[in-house]
Design a protein around this ligand. Structure first.
Ligand code: CAA
Length: 266
């Protein structure tokens, strides 16, 4: 994407050393999300070089994201991209298809090509919480604030967050967090498995650097194949998972053998 396209999507992108860092860049409105940001995110993820093995997602200005740009729900404030209230004129199928497009970048974060890490400081509300949930790992400050606000607004979480939330904390805790729309602080997020690393704000960048270093220390092919195995494990029978392990291992053997084979003529 060109710098102008990134700026239009309210995103910043830095790529280097196998790591892509994507920053939600609307600090004036606490990185509130709108469709152009989602479309930009999808394009970035689509276009990432094969050498990228870790994707870091964070927010500008000391907060992750305050969720959906609420002006999109306000019929009195038409946005240039169209107001969500106007969407109600469409038939059900068209609305479902529209949400499918919005969900795409959230789902793309599960791609086994890379490990995705959300860096959560400040607020992760609604679509912000869901975006963080769609990442493989969450590094949070102890005073971060996660909130699934949708039910309080009469809505459901529909940006791919429900499945990873249940996977992270279990059904009962997930339901309690969503139904009450309460705020989960960073410290509690660590205790219940919502965040994998929790640190004071002053230590956030060091914790991120250490995590990224550890995630990039081992062979890329082995790490991404392992991510694919773990992702699929809950939906497979034991026998199917064993078969998937064996199959993935053969591919690993072949890759390693090719890497260590003497060059022709040696
Ligand atoms: N959309 C649009 N603008 C937002 C916004 C949002 N989600 N969140 C914050 N802003 C704007 C504020 O209107 C304010 O603008 P002005 O400076 O022009 O007044 C600016 O950002 C700063 O906000 P605050 O002064 O409120 O900042 P704060 O640090 O005191 O509070 C906050 C931060 C707790 C995130 C608070 O802004 C807030 O509660 N925001 C709304 C959160 C929300 O309800 N999000 C929607 C969740 S539902 C969802 O995302 C999914 C869905 O499908 C509906």
């Amino acid at each position: 994407m060109t710098p102008a396209e990134l700026s239009h999507a309210d995103l910043r992108l830095e790529v280097g050393g196998g790591v892509a860092t994507i920053t939600l860049d609307r600090p004036g409105v606490r990185n509130a999300q709108r469709p152009r940001m989602w479309a930009g995110l999808a394009r970035i993820l689509d276009e990432l070089d094969e050498s990228v093995r870790v994707v870091v997602l964070r927010g500008a200005g000391g907060t992750f994201s305050a969720g959906l740009d609420l002006s999109l729900l306000d019929p009195a404030q038409p946005d240039e991209e169209g107001n969500f209230v106007a969407t109600l004129a469409l038939d059900d199928r068209a609305i479902i298809d529209q949400i499918d497009v919005f969900q795409r970048p959230f789902a793309m974060l599960a791609d086994p090509r890379f490990i995705t890490v959300a860096v959560v400081e400040g607020h992760a509300i609604g679509a912000g919480f869901q975006l963080a949930l769609c990442c493989d790992l969450r590094i949070a400050t102890d005073d971060a604030r996660f909130c699934m606000k949708e039910p309080a607004l009469g809505l459901v979480p529909d940006l791919v967050g429900t499945k990873p939330l249940v996977a992270a904390v279990g059904y009962a805790r997930a339901l309690e967090i969503c139904a009450t729309a309460r705020t989960v602080a960073g410290t509690e997020a660590g205790e219940i498995g919502l965040a994998q690393v929790v640190v004071p704000a002053a230590e956030l960048d060091a914790a991120l650097a250490a995590t990224v270093h550890a995630l990039t220390a081992h062979p890329h092919g082995a790490v991404s194949a392992t991510k694919a195995l773990l992702q699929a494990a809950p939906a497979r029978s034991l026998d199917d998972q064993r078969l998937a392990e064996r199959t993935a291992q053969v591919a690993r053997f072949r890759d390693l053998a090719a890497a260590f084979a003497p060059a022709a003529g040696e």
